[in-house]
Design a protein around this ligand. Sequence first.
Ligand SMILES: O=c1ccn([C@@H]2O[C@H](COP(=O)(O)O)[C@@H](O)[C@H]2O)c(=O)[nH]1
Length: 281
Amino acid sequence: MTALEPFGARLRRAMDERGPLCVGIDPHASLLAEWGLNDDVAGLERFSRTVVEAVAGRVAVLKPQIAFFERFGSRGLAVLEAAVAEARAAGALVVMDAKRGDIGSTMAAYAESFLHKDAPLFSDALTVSPYLGYGSLAPAVELARENGTGLFVLALTSNPEGAEVQHALRPDGRSVGATVLARLAAENAGQAPLGSFGAVVGATLGDLSPYDLEIGGPLLAPGIGAQGATPADLPRVFGAAVRNVVPNVSRGVLRHGPDVVALRDAAERFAEEIRAAVTSG
Ligand SMILES: O=c1ccn([C@@H]2O[C@H](COP(=O)(O)O)[C@@H](O)[C@H]2O)c(=O)[nH]1
């Protein structure tokens, strides 16, 4: 494979051409049942293929949640490999939601598993956790730069429990989450039109004006739909940085399956609401 253009540039173009929506591939056992599928590898495969068929040719980003595939061991991971390859072949960027984080030497292996161009689970970007110290992510940053891939670093997560860690104040008076955002801004310095090192910032969080969200990179915003946020919340939560927001919807779209057209229509409705909110905000 020839070297890829940096992830940030590829993402900016995809957002401009297709809109910023990211649809999740989250095969919850309850969704498999609602779709009339068995909670087994065949059900998992049918679910993933249907989501890819419905939306991968239309939305900018697909975000598989690896936990739902790991549940089925090596055969689940084989299904994930196929879904990633098919989604990318249909023109979607793939953000692997694996939230990896470890000491630097192990982090390097995690990065190779997803961000190296020859990896079976090669993805355009990976979610990672900075809570072993931001510096522990350095091998992943380096490998992403070499391979034209990207990272989304957990900064201010959508779940209420995240605040006890992410809002905690450091000795210098800054919060932990604000420091993660500042480190990302430094990674992205000088990168145009968009850096490759994004933050995860929940759409559920309300007013984020105390935080500097201008990190020069994308902001992956889960929480719309099942967690209660709506597209209309985006301008209020993200302010001017809304132009760099990649809103994620998983269950809010997936509950409309298994009909391909119904899934596609649900994604299109979210995409339209996001477009309206972002342009009016
Ligand atoms: O802060 C975070 C980080 C990641 N997620 C993931 O996003 C999706 C959300 O799914 P919904 O069904 O739309 O609620 C899921 O894969 C989470 O693991 C998050 O929700 N919040």
